[in-house]
Write a protein that binds this ligand. Sequence first.
Ligand code: PMP
Length: 288
Amino acid sequence: MYIYIDGNYVPESEAKVSVFDHGLLYGDGIFEGIRVYDSNIFKCTEHVNRLFEAAKAIMLDIPLTKAEVEEVLVTTCNKNGLTKGYIRLIVTRGKGDLGLSPTKCPKPSVICIASDITLYPAEMYEKGMPIITAAQRRNKATIVDPQIKSLNYLNNILAKIEANQAGVPEALMLTHDGIVAECTGDNIFVIKNGVIYTPPIHVGILDGITRHAVIDIAKGLGYEVVEKEFTLYNVYNADECFLTGTAAEVIAVTSVDKRVIGDGVCGPITKQLLDEFHKITGSDGVSL
Ligand code: PMP
């Protein structure tokens, strides 16, 4: 496997970062997870734009232009003969000293890995999956904004540990005051009486690219999509519930905290959205 690191494409065994990199020492950096389908980097521009927005928010100067980053994505896939899979694009603050200050890190590091990902078992895409609500609350947007896709995912990992302990693949996270936010690596939608609801970004969630794609698809199909705050009560009593994410794609949730959602199967609107989503993944992006 060839990995891009700071201007070079090197074998995995040579792809190394310093132990003084603040990405490692402090989680000071950002990343993107990007999917490749049918030789197409799905929503490539959207991912690169989000990376640059996060970089701006944390005052990290990516040493490449957006066009150069896209070129790195394409070349990393091509060097690995990857026509379908998952790309991890990382920008760390770079090598500094043991102090916190980024001023000691003159050169950010850019890393790109083109590989694969399997988040949930295949049968769950047919049958849906159970989830739980984590006791761990989602980071507050006024403290560390979840819109920054940073290298510090401890907030999400703590919730994921709760899911693991409960024997389910994913955990729903609430805001500090109990509003439904998102899952550890996916956005959440519920459907009630034919209307599709999803939490607004301001509650403190990642502005998911799959979330946007699914909202556009749903609106295109004539569904009403409402971004509004709601609570667990609305999730438990939804007709359908599903999650969206680059790695997760679109996946039905069939129970939450042991409350069966709707008929306990992947519902008809979720199925329709999943099918329509798969129709655009091969074309909406940058081709290899
Ligand atoms: N929320 C969180 C916390 C995430 O990490 C992700 C990405 N894995 C998502 C939502 C989904 O975002 P996207 O559709 O852009 O992958």
